[in-house]
Ligand binder design. Sequence first.
Ligand SMILES: *Cc1c(COP(=O)(O)O)cnc(C)c1O
Length: 407
Amino acid sequence: MTQADPKISTHLIHHAYQAPADFAGPQPAVHKASTVFFENVQAMRQRRWLDKSSYTYGLHGTPTTYILEERLATLEGGQQCLLVPSGLAAIATVSLALLRTGDEVLIPDNVYGPNKTLAEGELAHFGISHQYYDPMNLEDLAAKITPLTKLVWLEAPGSVTMEFPDLIAQVRLCRDKGVTTVLDNTWGAGLAFSAFDLLGDGSLGVDVSAHALTKYPSGGGDVLMGSIVTRSQPLHMRIKLAHMRLGLGVGANDAEAVLRSLPSIGLRYHAQDRAARQLAQWLGTQAAVAQVLHPAMAEAPGHAHWKQLCASEQNPGGVAAGLFSVVIDAGFDQAAVDCFCDSLRLFKLGYSWGGPVSLVVPYELHSMRSCATPQIRPGTVVRLAIGLEDVADLQADLAQAMAKAFG
Ligand SMILES: *Cc1c(COP(=O)(O)O)cnc(C)c1O
């Protein structure tokens, strides 16, 4: 059969024109694909999806996701990176990849809440047990590590109450006992401290870093994504196999959004740090505030551990994220605290952080904790995530809402 001129529908799909390959611009190209073409059957048969030197299928990576993975591994000082559709998916993937029936996982009591929900749900259903440990008591962690313990979750500082643990001692303890460590590194974001090199001499680091890219790397409040960074190829491969079997991947446009925000992450992180400290200090002078829970403030639980890890000779002021909580004095009831949150105009009521808009969330601490929390004064915890608005405007907003709610 001689080839007739293709019809227009075929022509538009199998068009002969190829754009010149030497295009260069500030941002990487956005490659959108489920299907990836092979040169011939032999190439298709020989291709192994685990090998990152080429492409197999959209789920296993495109140039866009490979580039984002490499940049995120660099951000956190690791060597390998996997992308997942959310920060929680990063947590779940690590736990599902590294735990099996009969194992036990240890989780800090002040951890990001859904990590506990996963342990109480799917992990328990699969016969994986868990214990919550006191993040501020090394002996408690030491006592809970048994031959069943296969994974220890770490978070510095903890979600909501912001206690900064002795991360160095925790990681050393786990290493000495031969237990794999995974840090939820969303707060540090690779900027406040080096998760894979805690002492700065290459001698001590976590095994895995899970990061909610939803926060600082996205920076827009408009993308959900997570990453799992390692610096050991065998450990990376264990997680990568589970990642593949669970069918996890991220959309090209979301990867594009994170790639676009990544160059400004340092500028945004440090700007939000400055503004948050200014507001935290000011809130500390307000009569209705019983305690400011910001790791850079001297009275915050674990301040000394924060300083050891996040300050240096070159930067004695230290580095922190733009996130902190305040304890509203127990003399004010729930209605007054709700009124404060509802009266804020620039601060919006909403979860997450690291975006341009400042956010507020009131919490009920007693429903969230298993261990006692003597380090937190009595009262209601309100978390503030500082966005990129002018700091004087944010302070004025807090002042007017406090006047209204607390007189
Ligand atoms: C937000 C957050 C997560 C989860 O990220 P999502 O993308 O919202 O699923 C995990 N850990 C911490 C500490 C977070 O703040």
